[in-house]
Design a binder for this molecule. Structure first.
Ligand code: ADP
Ligand code: MG
Length: 286
């Protein structure tokens, strides 16, 4: 395309709230054949809520909230909100530690406590009942965190982050263009598959460590051109690695800086609108 056509295209985008940082980005959009999405905050609203507690609710939530008090994870915020709603006062902890992709641990009442996913425990620490409840809740698209004290799992908390109302339509539009859609998440496989099914996403890559997201983008680039859509701090490397990085306007500053495109209206349907715009820009000058 000519520089003028590209400028007109980026100007049109800006009017629609689709910030395209330069003409080359618009050109790259035209070649994309796979769109990879982050889950939390991109496909889902990003405001997880506690939906179920298995075990003695007051005890399980109090221990979990005490351990999560120093965490900045969205799951921690959900647990702390539930504790507040139940009028539970957190117990003081020491030696707080976040374990990447797993959860957190801390000392509480002279015991080691933990909150996190299945990777925090061995198989024999999980009773058959808890395991069954965990699987059931995960199949309902709920993220399950196990709560433990002194090597003993005392219960679990299920946390749900609903898909955005527009996610399904946004994915359908991309698939109608013949694009492959993939979801990349640190969450559990069952939860990821349940969310993917709700919104119509083709493929799921789950249990991904934050540092490995860019590698997955790179892997998909072996067979085609990839757009990555994300919002979080740990999405920044994937956004820069992708042929087209698309950041949500509501995302963290580093995500916005790393994206070649920023969706100012936080509307996932704008991924398809950006594709339509690039196609128009290129057809016009043919
Ligand atoms: P994502 O942002 O996609 O959820 P993360 O790497 O942040 O990916 O987390 C992956 C998984 O690790 C979570 O789904 C959860 O099971 C567990 N986890 C991480 N941090 C915490 C935490 N503070 N409390 C409980 N679980 C956690
Ligand atoms: Mg996110």
């Amino acid at each position: 395309a000519t520089p003028t056509a590209l400028m007109v295209g980026t100007g049109r985008g800006a009017k629609m709230g689709i910030l395209i940082k330069n003409g080359e980005v618009l050109e790259a959009v035209n070649d994309v054949d796979t769109v990879i999405f982050d889950k939390t905050g991109t496909i889902t609203v990003g405001q997880p809520q506690v939906t179920d507690v298995v075990g003695d609710e007051a005890q399980v939530v109090q221990v979990a909230a005490s351990l999560e008090a120093a965490s900045e994870h969205p799951l921690a915020a959900a647990i702390l909100a539930r504790a507040k709603a139940l009028n539970l006062t957190p117990i003081e902890t020491t030696a707080f530690r976040a374990v990447e992709g797993k959860g957190v641990t801390a000392q509480l009442n002279g015991q080691t406590g933990f909150v996190g996913n299945q990777k925090m425990v061995t198989d024999d620490q999980l009773s058959a009942t808890l395991k069954r409840e965990m699987v059931r809740l995960q199949n309902e698209a709920k993220t399950v965190v196990l709560v433990g004290l002194a090597d003993q799992v005392i219960g679990l908390v299920a946390i749900q982050d609903a898909p955005k109302t527009t996610s399904r339509e946004a994915i359908a539009a991309l698939k109608a263009r013949g694009l492959k859609t993939v979801m990349l998440t640190g969450d559990n496989q069952r939860v990821a598959e349940a969310v993917a099914q709700q919104v119509g996403i083709d493929d799921v890559i789950a249990d991904v460590l934050p540092g490995d997201k860019a590698d997955w983008v790179h892997q998909h680039q072996q067979t085609g051109k990839v757009a990555f859509v994300g919002d979080g701090i740990n999405d920044a490397p994937a956004l820069t690695t992708a042929d087209v990085g698309i950041a949500m306007g509501s995302g963290t500053d580093i995500a916005i800086d790393s994206g070649g495109i920023v969706l100012m209206k936080n509307d996932l349907r704008d991924v398809d609108r950006a594709l339509a715009l690039s196609q128009k820009t290129f057809n016009r000058i043919k």
